[in-house]
Design a protein around this ligand. Structure first.
Ligand code: C2E
Ligand code: MG
Ligand code: MG
Length: 568
């Protein structure tokens, strides 16, 4: 630092205090100065680093997509040649353990790259490790070690015609295995015995099917076996039948536990692609329907999926017709479920949840009509109605002092809606017409939206961000496994799925919840726990620094007037 004035010395000491690593590089590529954070990341002293050339740098960089980078591809070397690059996430190898870093370069003089450059290096290791840990937790079922539902679903999708050329197969079949009467075992002998039974069933499935298929756990007592083949001569249905028989035989051997002998049976259903379904969720749903169809004639059955099961889907057409009328007749209503600050118990917002008062059937829950509305497009009219109602209510509440100016209302947006090109225009129009401040609205989307088309979704999220609305990932943790995109997108909130909160006091769900909370903190996101029903869950969340929560413990979704009373 020869010939540096006092201001330089001052700024050097403040740069030393920064968490970001800083490397100042001369026009010839010589490293002139590094700050303390950079030295720490490299595991070397400043004396050790200063004087090296960035054309032969005292570190190596690796890109997840490209592999090891040449010294000439070092971002600083490129910047010296006047080549601009976006921010890059890279693996930094130096004296210590490798670290994930984000690298940016800025020219000392933006008009003249030949004046040297500064490299800014941000350590993302903690964040990336938290993401990897969570991905691992989400891919393997903690109790049985089998693949989780997410994992199996992504394997199914990878093997279908839309999947990667290396993973897709000509024939794909799934066997859904659902234990009969498992609940009785759990209720009569307790969950320790229940867990032991599940572990034993998992191990039998693995030994019967593991060498030819992937085995996963789909629910408490539901398992899935995924079989794929490229062999056209193989009688595929016969293979599935044989496997189903073998599974039933292996489950017929009583499970011994603590001197007891437990007799199990299971109901099995099979579905195949392309015959029964064209995408993963459809294929799993078809196998599930086959199980339920078999159960109608008793336990211990095996059925193939049969198209006649789907005939009752004709009902959907009638359902949609009355739904369209409902929207016009104002049979829809928006309920509000309070969102509460964990630390203070204060209501600081709500989630808007639609309800349908059917003239004959009474209240119909959204789970029954939203999926149909999504496939027929009626969802558009429903969303418009919800946003308009929410906009008007926010204005009324603010004028009457029911809710403070910083409170927020969450609105659910279906995946099929999110991809519609007119969504932004429609929302913008409604926000203007109702005089709603966009920052008072948070849109809830599911992870699947991001997975279908990440770059399309990223653009869409930027537009929403520009409009001024916030975005939450709903049911977080139940979606797909890749989370590496999270810190790149303008997102604000993670809503931790009810499944984890329900079991939060059981080891692994608690660990996943804690990891999600860490991840949210690292990303600067707000965390909301969903489906809180018990005090011990609230205590867990308070202890682990979860900011917001929502659930029956505070209040169910309420009609407008009751919500106002609740807040008051
Ligand atoms: P979601 O967005 O995850 O909403 C939370 C659901 O959990 C709500 O069900 C809520 O009533 C329920 N819930 C809240 N607290 C608890 C609790 O403590 N215990 C339990 N067991 N459940 C709790 P709801 O209202 O039946 O809505 C179901 C789903 O329907 C929503 O899931 C959302 O995905 C969808 N939905 C609801 N309203 C709309 C809407 O206006 N537009 C769209 N596109 N989807 C909607
Ligand atoms: Mg929601
Ligand atoms: Mg949710």
């Amino acid at each position: 630092m020869q010939a540096h004035s006092r201001t330089h010395a001052l700024s050097a000491s403040s740069m030393d205090a920064l968490r970001e690593g800083i490397v100042i590089i001369s026009a010839s590529g010589a490293i002139e100065w590094v700050n303390a954070s950079m030295c720490q990341m490299l595991g070397r002293s400043a004396d050790d680093v200063v004087g090296h050339s960035v054309h032969e740098p005292p570190w190596n960089l690796e890109s997840p997509s490209v592999g090891m980078l040449d010294a000439s591809e070092c971002p600083a070397a490129l910047a010296l040649r006047g080549i601009r690059q976006p921010e890059l996430t890279l693996l930094l190898h130096a004296a210590g353990a490798p670290r994930w870093v984000k690298v940016r370069t800025v020219a000392a003089d933006p008009f003249d790259p030949a004046r040297g450059v500064t490299m800014l290096v941000e350590d993302l290791s903690q964040l990336v490790e938290a993401q990897h840990g969570l991905e691992r937790a989400l891919n393997a079922d903690p109790l049985t070690g089998l693949a989780t539902r997410n994992r199996i679903l992504s394997l199914v999708e990878a093997s279908l015609p839309g999947g990667h050329p290396e993973t897709r197969a000509q024939r794909v079949g799934v066997l859904h295995v659902d234990l009969d009467g498992f609940r009785l075992i759990n209720d009569s002998f307790g969950s320790t015995v229940g867990d032991a039974v599940l572990v034993e069933v998992a191990s039998r499935l693995r030994s019967v099917a593991g060498h030819v298929a992937e085995v996963g756990r789909m629910g408490v007592d539901e398992f899935l076996v995924l079989v794929t083949t490229d062999d056209p001569s193989l009688a595929f249905d016969a293979t599935l039948c044989e496997l189903a028989d073998e599974i039933r035989r292996s489950l017929a051997v009583p499970v011994r536990h603590d001197g007891m002998e437990l007799h199990l049976t299971a109901s099995l259903g099979a579905a195949r692609a392309p015959e029964d379904a064209s995408d993963g969720p459809e294929l799993l749903a078809a196998a599930d329907r086959a199980v339920r169809a078999g159960r109608q004639s008793g336990r211990n059955q095996f059925r193939f999926h049969d198209v006649t099961i789907d005939i009752r889907n004709q009902d959907r057409i009638n359902l949609d017709r009355s739904l369209r009328l409902a929207t016009a007749r104002r049979e829809l209503e928006v309920y509000y479920q309070p969102i509460v600050q964990v630390a203070s118990g204060r209501v600081c917002g709500a989630e808007a949840l639609v309800r349908w008062h059917h003239p004959q059937r009474g209240p119909v829950p959204p789970g029954e009509f939203i999926p149909t509305a999504e496939t027929t497009g009626t969802i558009g009219a429903i969303s418009d109605f919800v946003l308009e109602t929410v906009g008007n209510d926010i204005r009324g509440w603010t004028e009457r002092g029911v809710m403070s100016h910083d409170s927020r209302i969450s609105v659910n947006i279906s995946a099929s809606e999110f991809n519609r090109p007119d969504l932004l225009d429609r929302m913008d129009r409604i926000l203007r017409a109702t005089g709603t401040d966009p920052s008072r609205i948070e849109l809830e989307i599911t992870e699947s939206v991001l997975l279908d088309d990440l770059s399309g979704a990223a653009k869409r999220l930027e537009e929403i961000d520009r409009l001024g609305m916030r975005v939450a990932i709903d049911d977080f943790g139940t979606g797909y496994s890749s989370l590496s995109y999270l810190h790149e997108l303008p997102l604000h909130t993670l809503k931790i799925d009810r499944r984890f909160i329900t079991e939060v006091s059981r080891g692994r769900a608690g660990a996943v919840t804690r990891t999600i909370l860490d991840l949210a903190r690292n990303l600067g996101f707000t965390a909301v726990a969903e489906g809180l029903e018990h005090d011990h869950q609230l205590e867990f969340l308070a202890r682990n620094g979860c900011e917001l929560a929502q659930g029956f413990l505070f209040a169910p979704p309420l009609p407008r007037e009751s919500f106002e009373q609740h807040v008051a």
